[in-house]
Design a protein around this ligand. Structure first.
Ligand code: FES
Length: 116
């Protein structure tokens, strides 16, 4: 069956918004790559939970609705992310669901690669 698509908007570092079609079941790193969302340094470890460059910030109400809670590994890596917030996640660990339609996600202003 064809995968379902939902609309997700990224609020980029320069203040611009980019809305993309996100496939349900993909993670947010995949979505950003597939849609050529241009975020410098994003996803440097290609989703292997080793870099924290895929850090994204959710609105509190959206954050609380995300289906999966972060694993300890994700939390450890998030601690190293630039500009960590209470509603931060690593994009490579967040799987898109139908409920995420209309989500607006903020790209942090900076990036730090935990491997450096
Ligand atoms: Fe490196 Fe997500 S892409 S931790």
């Amino acid at each position: 069956p064809q995968k379902q698509l939902v609309n997700v908007t990224f609020l980029l570092r320069d203040g611009k918004k980019q809305q993309v079609k996100a496939k349900v079941g993909d993670n947010l790193l995949d979505i950003i790559i597939e849609n050529n969302v241009d975020i410098d340094g994003f996803g440097a470890c290609e989703g292997t939970l080793a870099c924290s460059t895929c850090h994204l910030i959710f609105k509190p109400e959206d954050f609380n609705k995300l289906p999966d809670k972060p694993t300890d590994e994700e939390l450890d890596m998030l601690d190293l992310a630039f500009g960590l917030t209470e509603t931060s996640r690593l994009g490579c660990q967040v799987i898109v669901t139908k409920d995420m339609d209309g989500l607006e996600i903020t790209v942090p202003k900076g990036v730090s690669d935990a491997r450096k």
